[in-house]
Design a protein around this ligand. Structure first.
Ligand code: CA
Length: 229
């Protein structure tokens, strides 16, 4: 496995220490800093594989840093936020973060999120011909979708929704992001459309649609399409 470098941007010394100890133990390389200003300098000089960003930094808002990074890089960005601060989390995801962890977090949760985000192939900007995720297989060119070897019949919107999910696996997507990408600009607030289509899609691809394995609900924020191949 590649030796990944993680950059931590966190001014709370106890959280920073916990992250550093965890990364040391699980053999991730890391660098850390405590302010927005030093974060950009460190990013440019170290070229990390993943960023962990606290939103409340002493010299500014972590979201501003995320926006600046998104202009120059597609690397995975995981945000650290206070629990139940859904507005902040949504704003950070809309600014370009891929995922979030709420404080206090467990080490297992942290590592799972980091691994899932490193697994996403961000280097490939081209849309692949085929996407395979667990028992789902999508052929982009022919628009055929198979679930457990059987061809699935999807409506055009269900297809576009599933395609967007499959191109953004293991990533927290806000309701607004999904509505904008699948339905188009102007539909960002049509939450009921999204809920309806997620429900019908779940009935087609989930073993048990009330306990989904693929389309996970991120309460108050959006959805995450889980894929662990
Ligand atoms: Ca802070």
């Amino acid at each position: 496995m590649k030796n990944y470098l993680i950059q931590i941007v966190e001014d709370d010394s106890s959280v920073k220490k916990l992250l550093e100890i965890t990364f040391k133990e699980y053999e991730f390389n890391y660098v850390s800093c405590e302010s927005k200003k030093s974060a950009m300098m460190m990013f440019l000089s170290h070229n990390p594989d993943l960023l962990i960003v606290d939103l409340g930094l002493p010299d500014g808002d972590g979201k501003e840093f995320i926006k600046q990074i998104r202009e120059i890089s597609k690397l995975p960005i995981v945000v650290l936020s206070a629990r139940h601060d859904e507005k902040e989390i949504i704003a950070a995801l809309d600014a370009g973060a891929d995922d979030y962890i709420t404080k206090p977090f467990s080490v297992n949760e942290l590592l799972a999120r980091i691994r899932a985000n490193l697994r996403r192939d961000i280097s490939d900007e081209n849309i692949p011909d085929k996407i395979i995720c667990g028992e789902l297989k999508m052929d982009i060119a022919s628009r055929d979708i198979f679930f457990k070897q059987e061809q699935l019949k999807l409506t055009p919107i269900e297809y576009e929704l599933l395609k967007y999910f499959l191109l953004n696996t293991n990533k927290t997507l806000t309701h607004k992001q999904i509505l904008k990408e699948v339905w188009g600009i102007g539909y960002q607030n049509e939450m009921q459309y999204l809920r309806t289509y997620v429900n019908t899609l779940r009935k087609k691809i989930e073993q048990n649609s009330t306990r989904p394995n693929y389309i996970k609900t991120e309460s108050g924020i959006g959805y995450r399409f889980c894929c662990n191949n």
